[in-house]
Write a new protein. Structure first.
Length: 202
């Protein structure tokens, strides 16, 4: 099996193919390059706050969502709840996709949450020197497995498995060590070659 082809430049399509963990780490690199001290919380694919950023003047929470579908108000409210629990006054919600409701803007204006969608990320990356853009590409969007999802529980790359309803991404520890994590193809598309291999293995 050959490694997936590495992209040549950043665009929304590249962001949408990234592993959710790789996307979080790309966001961490971007904020760090902007001068913030960045703490990765390790909350997982569906956790609350993924990053906490600080400098001498401000601290804020960051939620990173590698998402194909638009983000809804409920998910933004969940970030607000996590901010209240951690006593963090400001937040940034970053997604590879878009936001789907005007009410989200009204909510965020009131609760000090900034929204950053995929197009804004790409535009922001383009403002950094080409050397840094290339470095991030090599680190987060190239090589074997850059577009393969990671297990939120075990933090290892998932593998394609075959179930009664077809192929899905499952943790290598699926059924062992108490791990039951899996992702459906609608969330992380499965390359045709890998799906065929899974079918032959059953």
């Amino acid at each position: 099996m050959t490694a997936p082809e590495s992209p040549m430049e950043w665009d929304v399509g590249v962001l949408s193919r990234m592993d959710w963990r790789g996307f979080e780490r790309l966001c961490a690199d971007i904020f760090a390059e902007c001068g913030y001290e960045v703490e990765e919380t390790g909350a997982g694919a569906d956790g609350g706050i993924d990053l906490i950023c600080r400098d001498e003047r401000v601290s804020f929470a960051v939620q990173c969502k590698r998402r194909k579908n638009p983000i809804n108000l409920k998910e933004v409210r969940e970030l607000c709840g996590s901010m209240a629990l951690e006593n963090i006054p400001k937040g940034v919600f970053v997604t590879t996709g878009t936001f789907n409701s005007r009410s989200i803007d009204e909510f965020c204006n009131r609760d000090r949450i900034e929204l950053v969608d995929g197009a804004m990320i790409v535009e922001g990356i383009s403002e950094f020197p080409e050397r840094i853009q290339t470095e991030w590409m090599e680190r987060h969007a190239s090589g074997d497995g850059w577009d393969t999802p990671s297990c939120p529980r075990c933090d290892v790359k998932m593998v394609v498995r075959r179930g009664r309803r077809g192929a899905f991404w499952g943790c290598p520890n699926f059924g062992r060590q108490g791990c039951r994590q899996k992702f459906k193809p609608c969330a992380f598309p499965i390359p045709q070659g890998l799906a065929s291999e899974a079918a032959k293995a059953t």
